[in-house]
Design a protein around this ligand. Structure first.
Ligand code: UT7
Length: 331
């Protein structure tokens, strides 16, 4: 029997309308456009302001966009996975809400929470479902309402994050296309540098946890930065070398946490700058949505057979790279 690969055959996205600029942030906390641009590389980020809408809403819009573009009916979807750290509720899984809203009534659905590596880890997981031959149409959506857990009085974290969602369709192919290699890692000792202090089973929510502002992102920027620079470059290099990819031709699709981290990856791999996908200046760090949002933006430029190297680092710590051969041309 021919080997089945899992190929991305379509993309869709949703970005909220509200633009939170560095100028507006400078009126909220003691910061400046100059500091944010120099240290992080973000000019603005999008925020979902409607208090009645959250991650599932954005994921639903992204999946609708994907299905519309592909002409696929929601009933055809076998599996719908949502990568997110900002589920609408602790349970049920946001993916179940999305499947219901889009009408994917034949799909089973679940979430994957792996911080900023969520999309890469989830892409690995869903690709194995497709490779098994048992599932023919699988939707993976990365969606985040990061603004729901950003402390807008903390200048060290509030400039970084934004909201958004993007979805991909995976289908089986027998050509040498799609997800072809992966290099995934975790080191839980890093939790101390990046986490949310309360709201889980260890410290359930209480008046005290709210008063102590323990329901926001807690990040020690410098250790996270050092780990991210070395691990994102290591994993991308592993993928390139192990598969004899030509650095002058590959596309680098890096998680968008900090422009300085992305630049370090580009320099280590010595790939041309124009082959590194970057949109951090417009959207900031949308956690599980950064990489599929890049696919949406670059879709028209990508050609069937192009080699893409995805790489991400995030909470856990967790990090990883994927070799993806793009499977279609866009007319
Ligand atoms: O995606 C998940 C993984 N997360 C990441 O990859 C994030 C990794 N970390 C980073 O990107 C960077 O560490 C940050 C962007 C979070 C911070 O940049 P940094 O260059 O590491 O700055 P720092 O924390 O060392 O702070 C330098 C200075 C400090 O002032 P002093 O102590 O030198 O007087 C901070 O208080 O900058 C100050 N500072 C700010 N100043 C103006 C911190 N935040 C701000 C701000 N505006 N927003």
């Amino acid at each position: 029997m021919e080997k089945i690969n899992a190929a991305i055959t379509g993309v869709g996205c949703y970005i909220p309308d509200y633009v939170l600029t560095n100028e507006e942030l400078s009126r909220m906390v003691d910061t400046s456009d100059e500091w944010i641009m120099t240290r992080i590389g973000i000019k603005e980020r999008r925020i979902l302001r409607d208090p009645d809408k959250a991650t599932a809403y954005m994921a639903e819009q992204a999946v609708d966009d994907l299905l519309r573009k592909k002409g696929v009916s929601p009933e055809e979807i076998d599996l719908l996975v949502c990568a997110t750290v900002t589920p609408d509720m602790r349970f049920p899984a946001t993916a179940c809400l999305v499947a219901d809203k889009v009408g994917a009534r034949n799909a089973f659905a679940f979430d994957i929470n792996s911080g900023c590596s969520g999309f890469v880890f989830a892409l690995s997981a869903v690709s194995h479902y497709v490779e098994s031959g048992r599932y023919k149409k699988v939707v993976l959506v990365g969606a985040e309402k990061m603004s729901s857990m950003v402390d807008y009085t903390d200048r060290s974290t509030c400039p970084i994050f934004g909201d958004g969602a993007a979805a991909v369709l995976l289908e089986p192919v027998t050509e040498q296309l799609g997800v072809l290699d992966e290099d995934l890692h975790s080191d839980g000792s890093g939790w101390i540098h990046l986490h949310m202090k309360a709201g889980g089973s260890l410290i359930p929510p209480s008046h005290e946890t709210v008063d102590k502002r323990m329901h926001y992102i807690y990040q020690e920027g410098q250790p996270v930065f050092k780990w991210a620079v070395s691990k994102m470059a290591d994993t991308a290099e592993t993928i390139v070398k192990r598969n004899n990819l030509d650095p002058s031709h590959v596309w680098i699709v890096p998680h968008q946490a900090n422009l300085r981290i992305i630049d370090a990856v580009q320099k280590r791999l010595d790939v041309p700058k124009e082959h590194v996908m970057i949109n951090i200046q417009k959207y900031g760090n949308t956690t599980s949505a950064t990489i599929p949002l890049l696919f949406c933006e670059w879709e028209k430029q990508l050609k069937k057979g192009d080699d893409l190297v995805l790489c991400a680092f995030g909470a856990g710590f967790s990090w990883g790279g994927i070799w993806l051969k793009w499977a279609y041309d866009t007319k």
